[in-house]
Write a protein that binds this ligand. Structure first.
Ligand code: NAP
Length: 334
């Protein structure tokens, strides 16, 4: 089968389409014919050697896809051939608290990923694709959307909440759509005025450009009546954390999700003096994914797709994502 692999070393120059053996479903597994996949910032980090320095080459990249069930391994009974499904990001986190070994065995890092024509998945680590979504749309959900959903529900976001989103990448736009679905007010930043207009059209209550308004923390406090927002989905990491802690209200919640803004010294004083809950988020469980899908279905919400590339042009898709000009998700059609 065709797949997008990294072979021979780290760097986007080592990413290419290749022929690899088609996997066969083991007992309890399902063989999925991949119809579409989507890129995450994680895929860029993996290709550059910044995520898993011990990556074994060659490795099929990718964690997120959607497709149809084409064969069942021995004993697999949860699905039937033809079902439209999405693999969960974690193969071993169905519900409840995150298992200690959740991060082991993830697609595209510890084992071959989903940027391929076929993938084998444990039958319990699949969710049904909502009827109103195309394969391309559904393929955007497993990592970014589930992460945003987990962050919001763990922070107990509801109709009385205010949420600050950073930038208009995959996690933040899902954070925006889900925060609005939960009835919250949503404020968003972006480095582009044009992207801000699109975020406002998607339902954001207000937006500011973090390049022309570096004091976006002050702006966020003003938007929330001076006290600060209830919740920040922190995708910048150390480089934005101090401003996020200034933007959040006393007793508020910062969901630590990403590392887009690079490293910086971090002063913990604000965390304790404002009694902020700082909560790490690592994608989510199958139960999170199912709850997310129920809300997407209820509100017929559709993911925002920036652009689709054929699988064979996956390396160009990664470069497109690296350039940061995208709004929402970058998709591969298979
Ligand atoms: N913890 C987890 O389980 C988990 C899951 C998914 C993702 N992540 C992490 O979360 C982060 C976001 O992932 P993603 O897939 O949404 O990435 P993405 O789609 O590549 O998001 C890129 C966008 O982020 C915005 N951005 C970049 N630098 C920024 C900064 N300094 N301040 C504010 N916004 C900035 C830009 O938006 P504008 O162009 O609008 O400025 C950029 O286009 C990544 O670090 C990723 O590794 C973590």
């Amino acid at each position: 089968m065709k797949a997008l692999v990294i072979a021979g070393g780290f760097g986007l120059e080592h990413v290419r389409a290749a022929d690899v053996p088609t996997p066969e479903p083991q007992p309890g597994e399902v063989l999925v014919r991949v119809r579409a996949a989507s890129l995450n910032y994680r895929d860029l980090l993996i290709a550059k050697g910044a995520y898993n320095p011990k990556l074994a080459f060659p490795r099929v990249l990718g964690s997120d896809c959607a497709g149809e069930v084409v064969a069942l391994g021995a004993g697999a009974s949860r699905w039937k051939v033809g079902d439209r499904v999405c693999p969960c990001f974690f193969s071993n986190w169905d519900d409840g608290p995150i298992p200690p070994d959740a991060g082991k065995g993830t697609f595209g890092s510890d084992r071959d990923g989903v940027f391929a024509e076929f993938v084998c998945v444990r039958e319990g680590a699949l969710v049904r694709v909502p009827d109103h979504l195309s394969y391309e749309e559904a393929a955007t959900l497993p990592c970014a959307a589930v992460t945003a959903w987990n962050a919001l529900v763990t922070a107990e976001v509801g109709a009385a909440s205010s949420v600050l989103l950073q930038g208009t990448g995959g996690v933040s736009l899902f954070g925006l759509q889900c925060a609005k679905a939960l009835g919250a007010r949503a404020f968003i930043t972006s480095g582009s005025d044009e992207k801000l207009s699109r975020a406002l059209a998607l339902g954001a209550d207000a937006g500011t450009n973090y390049r022309t308004n570096p004091d976006w923390d002050k702006w966020a406090r003003q938007q929330s009546g001076g006290a600060g927002v209830d919740v920040v989905l922190e995708v910048g990491g150390a480089g934005t954390l101090e401003r996020s802690l200034r933007a959040v209200r006393t007793g508020g919640h910062v969901a630590l999700i990403g590392v887009l803004a690079g490293g910086a010294a971090f002063n913990p004083m604000l965390v304790l003096m404002k009694a902020v809950r700082v909560q790490g988020v690592f994608v989510g469980s199958r139960a999170h994914f199912e709850a997310l899908n129920a809300v997407l279905t209820r509100d017929t919400l559709r993911p925002v797709i920036d652009r689709a590339f054929p699988l064979a042009e996956g390396s160009a898709a990664l470069r497109h994502m690296e350039a940061g000009a995208h709004f929402g998700k970058v998709v591969l059609t298979v």
